[in-house]
Every structure is written in structure tokens, then in C-alpha cells.
Design a protein around this ligand. Structure first.
Ligand code: IFM
Length: 453
């Protein structure tokens, strides 16, 4: 499989993680509580009551983890900065020890020849901000801009490209609409002001990052949506779901307008959240790259419950991951071509900022993950061959880690983590990915030696 993949010479290889999922050290060196500390402590919220208190203990073991990345041959490492580690109450006094941790991590990465790709917000909102309404409060967007300023001023001399938000769709829907993630609100569509305020936060931060000469990306969880049948009702339900999952988080940034959300019963001003000039604040800074997080496609049917706009239905006759997610690699190719068709010249270069799967711990030698990654990289290569500008691929994840409401039960890592001992053991997929990266680099280095006549 490695030899089949034909990706461009400068294609960047990476792996991704997030702060609450790996760092641990939640009570150390002045870190403040986050919504995930609060949520995980709530009985029944997370499978088996697991919390991120220790996670992969990356806060202390980052040198070992950077060594694993170096051995993989990674060009880039996507991680997230913990807002409550740097600003324990979300605003105001900065925690010097929190900043010092990211200094050490960034310097270790650079020393290893790996470009840091930080995400400013990957769901661990400071609890103090949640106590004032979290993302339902417009003020949180301005606090985010202040936090982005602190981080850019500290690390911007060493990090060229920044991701503002990770998957605002998932954070809004699971965290504010359904209550299965922190902060645990069950507002259904009335959660959508939280989406707008995250996008506003993105726009404000993008502007100040650009002012400092830094590049800005946004990582969206995207899914191609297919109607369950050719009926007009299923097609309408699929359009409504596409507007919610994909277009709500991408159209304002790339096109400067929100999609039509009327099929969801959501008013044009998103329940009064949108103020004059907001969409321009979101759109005007522009985007230097779109981060695509892809796991699976979604099949949608007309609603069986008249109070809902759609039903999500199973995709039959395909393999499923340990998490129960359908494996349809060609859906990634379709998604990438679809983005080009929908956004045209408004689409910036794409980086796959997450892609991977959970595999049972007992699976030896990790073949389902290798098959998943190989088939999805093949889909990326096909999209590149069909003209889509894709600059890199960051697999989720470097390490087995805290998979939110599933606790430690879903293992997405190239590296096995024994959570009792913190022992790291590279899996078969780690060796496979390392060889793939090495083969790609060797092939292009060889080609580079041929002097054209
Ligand atoms: O673990 C998550 C990550 O935090 C965000 N994207 C999806 C991954 C797998 O569920």
C-alpha cells in the first residue's frame, strides 16, 4: 500500500491530540478547572466515571512523546493549548507556569524538527467562563480573543500557523444541544447561539493573528450527507442536516453568509445572537487553510418524529470501527471534491487535521487501523489527483487517550498507552505510518536529485 499513494512532494505528515485528552495534571501548577473537569465528575456523564485527571500524563511525559513523534518522522504535530492552564479563570491573570509548559513543548518539537500546529480551543472551556454562560454568552468570544492574543504574543515567534477552533459543530451539538459532552446543556436547536459565538470568536482571533503575521486555520468536523432514498422528503432532510453539520460552520467563514436554517426552525438571526456586522467579522479576516476532520459519512432520512427535522440512519453493509462508526473511505474523496464544488475559489488549501479510527485493544496486529488509514489516504491521494489542493494529513491520534464521554474505552492511538503504568508501546500502525512517511520522503528526495535537462 505505501507505494501506491502518490501525494505531492511537500505534503506534510502529522499526528493530532488535544489538551484535555492527553495532558492530565489538571490540578498542577495553577491550572484552573475546565468544563470537562466538572462534567466528568458528574455521576453517569462519562462511561465508568473516567476523567482526564491523569489521561496520558503528557504534561510530564511530553519529552517521551516528542521522541515518539520524531521517530515517526512527523513534519507536524497538532495539539491544543489548554485555555484554563494559561488563564485559570478564562480571563485576567495569566498563569506563568501554564505558558512555560507550552514554551517547553514547542521548543522540544522544534528541536526534533517538528512544526507545532496549535489549536486554541478544543472544548476545555475554563469553568469560570461557563459560570457566566459559556459559549451562550457573547462575551466569551471577546475573552477568547484576549486568550488568543496572550498565546500569539508568547509563541508566535516560533509557530507560523494557528488553528482557532476544533469542531465547533461537535462542541455545540454534543455540549449544548444534546448534553452528552461538557458543559452538558440540552437546548436542542436553541443551542445555536453557542455556534455563532464560537464563529465570532474565530473571526476576532483570526484578525489579531493576521495582524501578527500568522496564518489561520479552522478545523471543522465535516461529513458528506446522503439521503436514505431518492424521495423528496429524504432529500429535504439531508439538506437540513447538511446545513447544520457542515454549512453552518463553513459558509459564514468562507462565503460571508449563514446557510438557510429555516428547516431546523432556527430564525435567520439565530435566536437574536447575530448582531449587525458579525458575519463580516467572521468572514473578513479570511482563512489560510481549512482543516478537515473526517471520520465517516452520514445517511439521513425524513423524520419519524414530527418535532425533529431529520432522522440519522445506519449505513448498512460496510465495516464499522470499534466505536460503531461506518468505514466508507470513498466518502472522504467525495467530501473533498464536494468542498471544491461548493466553495470554488473561496476554498483555501485543505489540510486533513484529523482522521483515524478506534480499534479494540486486543486487536493484534492493529490491522483494522492500518486498513482504515491506508484507504483514507488513498482517498486523499485520489482527491489530489482530481485537482483538490490538499497540503497535509494529521492522523487522529498519536496516543490512545481520553475519548470524552467514552472515557478510555475507545483507542484511537498509533501508540498504545497502558493507563495504569503510562507505558507507551507503538502499535503495528505506528510502524506502518513511519514506513509510509519515510517512503514518501525517499521517493521525492530521489526525484529531486534528477536534474532536468
Ligand atoms: O477524540 C475526538 C477529538 O477530540 C475530536 N475529533 C474526533 C475525535 C474522535 O472522536
Amino acid at each position: 500500500m505505501p507505494d501506491r499513494l502518490d501525494l505531492p512532494p511537500g505534503f506534510r505528515w502529522g499526528a493530532a491530540t488535544a489538551a484535555y485528552q492527553i495532558e492530565g495534571a489538571v490540578d498542577e501548577d495553577g491550572r484552573g478547572p475546565s468544563v470537562w473537569d466538572t462534567f466528568a465528575a458528574r455521576p453517569g456523564a462519562v462511561r465508568d466515571g473516567h476523567t482526564g485527571a491523569t489521561a496520558c500524563d503528557h504534561y510530564h511525559r511530553y519529552p517521551e512523546d516528542v521522541a515518539l513523534m520524531k521517530d515517526l518522522g512527523l513534519d507536524g504535530y497538532r495539539f491544543s493549548l489548554s485555555w484554563p492552564r494559561v488563564l485559570p479563570t478564562g480571563a485576567g491573570a495569566v498563569n506563568p507556569a501554564g505558558l512555560a509548559f507550552y514554551d517547553r513543548l514547542v521548543d522540544a518539537l522544534l528541536e526534533a524538527g517538528i512544526t507545532p500546529l496549535p489549536t486554541l480551543f478544543h472544548w476545555d472551556l475554563p469553568q469560570a467562563l461557563e459560570d457566566h454562560g459559556g459559549w451562550l454568552n457573547r462575551d466569551t468570544a471577546y475573552r477568547f480573543a484576549d486568550y488568543a492574543t496572550v498565546m500569539a504574543d508568547r509563541l508566535g515567534d516560533r509557530i507560523p500557523t494557528w488553528i482557532t477552533l476544533n469542531e465547533p459543530f461537535v462542541h455545540t451539538v454534543f455540549g449544548y444541544a444534546l448534553g452528552t459532552h461538557a458543559p452538558g446543556h440540552t437546548l436542542m436547536f436553541e443551542a445555536l447561539p453557542a455556534a455563532h459565538h464560537q464563529l465570532l470568536a474565530h473571526g476576532l482571533a483570526a484578525s489579531l493573528l493576521h495582524d501578527r503575521g500568522l496564518e489561520v486555520m479552522l478545523s471543522n468536523n465535516l461529513t458528506p450527507v446522503e439521503p436514505a432514498s431518492p424521495s423528496a422528503e429524504d432529500a429535504a432532510a439531508a439538506r437540513a442536516y447538511d446545513a447544520l453539520h457542515n454549512r453552518l460552520f463553513t459558509d459564514p467563514v468562507l462565503l460571508g453568509r449563514y446557510p438557510d436554517l429555516s428547516a431546523l426552525g432556527v430564525p435567520d438571526d439565530i435566536f437574536g445572537a447575530i448582531r449587525p456586522g458579525d458575519v463580516d467579522l467572521i468572514h473578513a479576516p479570511g482563512l489560510d487553510g481549512l482543516g478537515v476532520n473526517f471520520y465517516n459519512p452520514t445517511r439521513v432520512a425524513a423524520p419519524s418524529d414530527p418535532d425533529l427535522p431529520f432522522d440519522l440512519v445506519a449505513i448498512p453493509d460496510v465495516p464499522h470501527t470499534a466505536f460503531g462508526w461506518p468505514v466508507v473511505p470513498d466518502a472522504l474523496r467525495q467530501l473533498l471534491l464536494g468542498l471544491r464544488d461548493v466553495y470554488g475559489t473561496a476554498l483555501p488549501p485543505i489540510t486533513i487535521t484529523e482522521n483515524g479510527c478506534s480499534v479494540e485493544e486486543s486487536t493484534d496486529p492493529d490491522q483494522p487501523r492500518i486498513d482504515y488509514l491506508a484507504a483514507h489516504l488513498d482517498a486523499v491521494a485520489q482527491a489530489v489527483a482530481e485537482g483538490v489542493d490538499i497540503r497535509g494529513y494529521y492522523t487522529w491520534s498519536l496516543l490512545d487517550n481520553y475519548e470524552w464521554a467514552e472515557g478510555y474505552h475507545q483507542r484511537f492511538g498509533l501508540v498504545h498507552v497502558d493507563f495504569a503504568t503510562q507505558r507507551r508501546t507503538p502499535k503495528a500502525s505506528y510502524a506502518w505510518y513511519r514506513d509510509l512517511i519515510a517512503a514518501h520522503k525517499a521517493r521525492h528526495a530521489k526525484q529531486g536529485l534528477v536534474t532536468p535537462l
